[in-house]
Design a protein around this ligand. Structure first.
Ligand code: KG4
Ligand code: ZN
Length: 386
C-alpha cells in the first residue's frame, strides 16, 4: 500500500525541495517512528477508540468507534442539498463543502463521544475509492491531525468500510462469510475470508447497481439521489407493469445492469412519444424488481454452488453498500436465505449508506494487523477492494 509506514515516507522519491527542509524531514520521520511505536502498543490495549473521517463522495462524516464494534458517536453532514440542483454530485462543490465541514463534523463526533482529540487512540481516514478532491480534503485533514497529535493514522478502503458496517450491526459476526457489495460504484460478490482479506467472486461488467438506480430515477424525473426515491415510489407500484430483459453474463456470478437500464429508458421514452402519462410508481417497481432479482439470483447461485462443492456447508451471507438499504432487495435476500437456511447479515439502515462509523470499524481491524499510513499517504480514487 502506498503510504504504508516505512519511515520517512514523505521524503521518499522526492527532491529535498519538494519534500521540505532537512529539519522538516527529520520531524516527519520522528512522527512516523513514534506513530508506528504507538500503533504497535495499541495492538495489546484493551479498549481502542478510533476517530474516523469519511469524505469520499458527498457525505462529510466522522465517528468515534470502540474496538471496531461499538459506536460512541456517528455524525453525518449530507451535502445532498448542495448537489440536488445539478442532478448529481459536482466534484468541485463536494471538495469545498468537505473542507468547510470537516472540522465541525470532527468536533461534533468527539463531543458526542464525550472525548477530546487527545483521548482517542488513533485516527482513521478513507483514502479511496471516491472523488479525488473529496478524498484529498479528508486525507489532508487527518494527516494534519495525526502529525499534530503524534497519533497513528489508519488509511481505510471505503468499500472495506461498507463491509464493516456489518460488524457494527452484529457484534457477534466474524468472517468468513460471503458479501454482496452494492453501492453507487460497485456491484461485487466477495468472499470475506478474514478481516481485511477479500476474494473476488463476481462483479458487474458495466454499471453498478446504485448507478443504474440513479440513472433510471433521472429518466423518471426524480431528484438526486435516485436510488432511495425509486425505492420509495416502487412500494406503491405494480412490478408486473413491464418486463425487462434478463442479461446474460460470461462469468457465472457476474452482474450486468446496462441492458436493463437501456430497455427501461426505451420503454419510458416510447410511452412519452406516444403521449401516454407515466405511471411512475409502476415503472419504478418494474425497474427495482429487475435489479433486485438479478442481485439475489446470483447470490443464490453462489450459495447453491458452494453447498454442492463443500458437501452441504453453506457460508453465511452479508450485504453492504448504499443499495443494501433497498427494501425489495432486503426482502428478497431475506426470503432466499431463509429458504436455504443461511444466516443473513444486513447493516442497520443508517449504516448502509456512507458514514464514518464503518470506517472506524474497518480501521480497528487494520490496526490489529499493523497497517498504518505514513505522511506520504495520498488519495487513491480507483482503489480496489479485491
Ligand atoms: O454506498 P453509498 O452510500 O455510496 C457509494 O459508495 O457509492 O451508495 C450510494 C448509492 C447511490 O447510487 C444511491 O442511489 C443508492 O446507493 N441507494 C439506493 C438506496 N439507498 C441508496 N438504491 C436503491 N435503493 C435504496 N433504498
Ligand atoms: Zn459508499
Amino acid at each position: 500500500m502506498d503510504g504504508a509506514a516505512t519511515g520517512g515516507g514523505l521524503a521518499s522519491g522526492k527532491s529535498g525541495e519538494e519534500a521540505g527542509t532537512t529539519e522538516e524531514i527529520g520531524a516527519f520521520m520522528r512522527y512516523e517512528a513514534a506513530a508506528a511505536a504507538r500503533a504497535e502498543a495499541l495492538r495489546g490495549k484493551e479498549k481502542v477508540q478510533i476517530l474516523a473521517l469519511e469524505t469520499s463522495c458527498d457525505e462529510t462524516a466522522a465517528a468515534v468507534i470502540e474496538d471496531g464494534r461499538k459506536i460512541l458517536s456517528n455524525v453525518i453532514f449530507s451535502q445532498i442539498d448542495l448537489h440536488e440542483l445539478y442532478g448529481g454530485v459536482v466534484p468541485e462543490i463536494a471538495s469545498r463543502a468537505h473542507m468547510e465541514a470537516c472540522d465541525r463534523v470532527i468536533d461534533e463526533a468527539l463531543k458526542g463521544a464525550g472525548m477530546t482529540l487527545e483521548e482517542v487512540d488513533a485516527l482513521a481516514v478513507t483514502y479511496g475509492p471516491g472523488l479525488v478532491g473529496a478524498l484529498l480534503t479528508g486525507v489532508n485533514c487527518m494527516k494534519g491531525l495525526a502529525y499534530a497529535t503524534g497519533k497513528p493514522l489508519i488509511p481505510v478502503n471505503h468499500m472495506e468500510g461498507h463491509v464493516s458496517a456489518n460488524f457494527l450491526t452484529y457484534p457477534e459476526l466474524e468472517p468468513p462469510f460471503v458479501c454482496l457489495v452494492v453501492s453507487g460504484g460497485h456491484s461485487h460478490l466477495v468472499e470475506v475470508a478474514d478481516y481485511g482479506e477479500y476474494h473476488l467472486i463476481g462483479q458487474t461488467t458495466d454499471d453498478a447497481a446504485g448507478e443504474a438506480f440513479d440513472k433510471a430515477a433521472r429518466v423518471l424525473g426524480l431528484p438526486y439521489p435516485g436510488g432511495p426515491r425509486i425505492d420509495a415510489l416502487a412500494e406503491e407500484g405494480n412490478p408486473g407493469f413491464m418486463t425487462l430483459p434478463k442479461p446474460k453474463t460470461e462469468g457465472r456470478y457476474d452482474y450486468s445492469f446496462s441492458g436493463v437500464k437501456t430497455a427501461f429508458l426505451n420503454f419510458v421514452h416510447g410511452m412519452e412519444q406516444r403521449g401516454e402519462p407515466l405511471p411512475k410508481a409502476d415503472l419504478a417497481a418494474g425497474f427495482r424488481e429487475a435489479v433486485c432479482e438479478q442481485l439475489t439470483e446470483k447470490a443464490e447461485r453462489l450459495l447453491l454452488d458452494r453447498k454442492a462443492e463443500e458437501g452441504g456447508a453453506l457460508p453465511a451471507m452479508a450485504m453492504a453498500g448504499g443499495v443494501s438499504a433497498n427494501r425489495e432487495l432486503r426482502r428478497r435476500m431475506t426470503a432466499m436465505c431463509e429458504r436455504l437456511g443461511v444466516p443473513l447479515f444486513m447493516p442497520r439502515l443508517d449504516l448502509c449508506t456512507d458514514n464514518g462509523a464503518m470506517i472506524g470499524s474497518a480501521a480497528y481491524y487494520q490496526l490489529r494487523t499493523g497497517k498504518i499510513a505514513d505522511l506520504s499517504l495520498n488519495a487513491k480514487p480507483a482503489l480496489r477492494l479485491v
